[in-house]
Design a protein around this ligand. Sequence first.
Ligand SMILES: [Zn+2]
Length: 306
Amino acid sequence: MLRKFLFSLSLLSVSAAFAEPVKVVTSFSILGDVTREIGGDKVEVAEIVKANQDMHIYRITPQDAKRLKNSQLILLNGKGFESNEFVKAAKAANVPLLNATDHIESIHHDDDDDDEHHHEHEHKHEDKHEHAHHHGGDDPHVWQDPVLMKQYTQNIADALIKIDPANKDYYSGNLKKYQQKLDDLDALAKKSFAAIPVEKRKVLTSHDSFAYFGARYQVKFMAPQGVSEESEPSAKQMAEIIRTVKRENIRAVFVENISNPKLLNRLTREAGVSVTGKLYSDALPENGSYVDMMKHNIETLSGAMK
Ligand SMILES: [Zn+2]
């Protein structure tokens, strides 16, 4: 009798578990948005690094560790995007864990001049003055290519189906709809850049997160010495920026770190470019979706090159 009772009790808890949305924790905002699109109302998604926040300087808090532990599925980007500390906390949570970039071929960056020291980037992550997470090794910024995002979203759907097979058709349906949106983004980018000759597809920017985008749409992203995401350039570095812009005949300049109007005026006066607009690299804008972010980048970039 007792046995029978326990058996029906456990059946009850199983069905209750599936009536509740699957608790998913993602490492950052872009992955969170895409997971919501595929998981719909069958999942409850929380992200650790939110919109407008910077993964490079993020440190895991005890609350984060608790959130990871209380989840049923953890999604990371992988390819070194998350810090070692982050990955360690995710593994310690002891719940299913997936890298959304699995099965996606990396663009590889050489670590300065010594290939033997790839693992060094892990130490450099402590240094907030560098875009440390892809210093050498695999470039993690796969989401900048909407075509590669088809595999990325497939990986997310597969993980959800594995954990919640009863809703397989639901997840597969959402995936198909979302992949159509990714195709639309690709078509928009192709159309926008087709109007611009390849030799004019050059961008000067402080972000070094656009290698996948650049490879897909034949856009050359340049960051001369003195252009970094964190600090304003000195007068000498500014002169180097102006030289590069003039020499390469670049129309599209995105130097959001320069807030000094004197420096911006100098760029306009001496190089003849006006600096407007903002690109989104590693985090969503507040209340923005991945699709919005990509549309914005495509339109801003192609518009600036004309
Ligand atoms: Zn980055």
